[in-house]
Design a protein around this ligand. Sequence first.
Ligand code: TMP
Length: 212
Amino acid sequence: MNKGQFIVIEGLEGAGKSTALETLKECLTKQGIDFIATREPGGTPLAEQLRDILKHYQDEAITAQSELLLMYAARSQLVENVIKPALNQGKWVLGDRHDLSSRAYQGGGRQISMDTLNQLRDLTLGNFRPALTLYLDIDPVKGLARAKARGQLDRIEQQQLDFFKRARAVYLDEVTRNPQCIKIDAGQSLDDVQQSIRKIVTNFLHKPSYDY
Ligand code: TMP
C-alpha cells in the first residue's frame, strides 16, 4: 500500500481506546508507515476549543442539537484542514473517534434521528469514510467504572447508564452492517485485545488500499 489510509478507534468511555491506539501505532511503526494521530472532537486549534466546550461547558444547558452541530463543526475543521491533507501526502491517519461517535452518542444516546445524522454526514463529509474502524466493545457498567476510577467525569461522561446502553446498541448495529467496522471484545485481557488489534491490522495491510 502506498496511499495514506484512515483508521479509526471507537468505543465507549473506559473501553481502552488509548491503549489500543498505542498498539496500532506500534504496528504501523514496525511496518515503516508514516502516520499522524488525531482525536475527535479536536485536533485543530478551533476544534480543540470546541472540544473544551463540549466536554466542560457548564454556564448554560447545551441542547442536543447544539451538541451535534458542534461535533460536526469540529469534525469539518479536522477532516478538511488535517486529515485530507495528510492522506494526500501519503501519510496514514489514526483517529481517536470519528463520525461513528456522533451516531452512537448523539443518535443513540441523545436519540437524534438517523435521518438528521445522515444529512449532517452528507453535508460535512460527503463520501469520505475511514478505511477501517476498530470498535472496542465494553459493557457500559464496566466502562464507566473504569472512567470513574480515572478521575472526574466530564459533561458527557456524566450521562445516565441508559444513554451509554443506547450508544452501545448503535455501535453494535454498525458492526453488523459495515464490513469496514470490526468489533473487538474490550472485556478480554489487555494481551488478548492487543493480539486482536495486531491480527486485524496485519490482515488490513494485505488488502487493496482504500481510494481517497
Ligand atoms: P474522549 O474521546 O476523550 O472519550 O472524549 C470525547 C467525548 O465526546 C466522549 O464522551 C464521546 C463524546 N463524543 C460525542 O458525543 N460525539 C462525537 O461525535 C464525538 C467525536 C465524541
